[in-house]
Design a binder for this molecule. Sequence first.
Ligand code: FAQ
Length: 330
Amino acid sequence: MYGGGNTFESNLANDHLLANEDPALLAAFEARIEAGEKIEPSDWMPALYRKQLVRMIEQHAHSEIIGALPEGTWITRAPGFKRKLAQMAKVQDEVGHAQLLYSAAETLGKSREDMITDLINGKSKYSNIFNYPAFTWADSNVISWLVDAGAIVNQLANSKGSYGPYCRALDRICAEESFHLKYGHDAVVHLATGTKIQRDMVQAALNRWWTPLMHFFGPPDKMSTHTAILVKWKVKMATNDECRQQFLDMYVPKIWELGLTLPDPNLHKDPTTGEWLYTEPDWEEFKRVINGDGPCNAERLAVRRTAEARGKWVREALRNPQAVYVTPLA
Ligand code: FAQ
């Protein structure tokens, strides 16, 4: 439904991949998944499992590297030395997560160069949420608290999944994200319990980020293209709606506790079912943003392109150190 290309054609291609598999090998693979075994890079796997993992891990890696940008712009403007140090360390961690994830995706046969090329050419997706601007320090704090919180909900579940290298990367990432979450919570509490100007600033930030946060977990299950097969093969250990519900359950009470409000008058927990009810966020906006037409998509990719161009000489020097020595200084 929300794929970049023609979803009908891509589903047909996926069906075709699956139909071409050896039924005995496929059955043995699915039995291993069912038994909770980890699949490792040298193990036999269906082409569609490989394709789905590359898509998902690559998008995740891009999200981490692009996700460093909105908070990165606040390093120089963070209020005070301690916040600046912590902000810098967090941004550095996010870039490190991208490295772990690119390495995990490489085990499936796609090179890092190809992944980066697909990112900067706009072919690959990355998380919707990083295409919005962090106007104020409070925006940056809301990202550190609630985007990291959402990321942990999703990643903690998936770290128990079936593909060994991805799960091991997620274990390491979640440990660091938990620390980010504490940092973000502390920063939001500081503003929410501060002066009126600080409280207004954090409330305005929360209002701005609520829709992108609701989008963050992906389209509703009934509209999701990939959930069924990914859940079956234990790549996704919770559906998009399950993650969204868990996030609401864990964080809405904490937000309300701080005297902050959320910009959805229908948001409440159904006392009978225990399920959170809310106004559906604008899914057309989500579709536009993930397909390249969000407020900051062009800016984010421009930064990555510049980084890629500036780093070219380093990559060339690593590939061919001799050439660097013989090049006369300009
Ligand atoms: N943004 O069929 P589904 C972080 C696309 S890391 C953009 O439901 P799926 C750390 C989807 O790709 C954040 N696109 O897809 C941090 C597909 O398009 P395609 C990233 C989205 O894969 C914190 C189409 O819609 N986390 O934040 C999004 O089953 C703070 C159909 O959707 C991960 O990547 C979206 N939100 O479920 C860093 C975790 N949602 O490929 C810095 C791993 C959906 O057909 C600061 N990924 N789409 O063209 C996942 O768990 C899954 O891929 C989902 C989407 C849940 C994101």
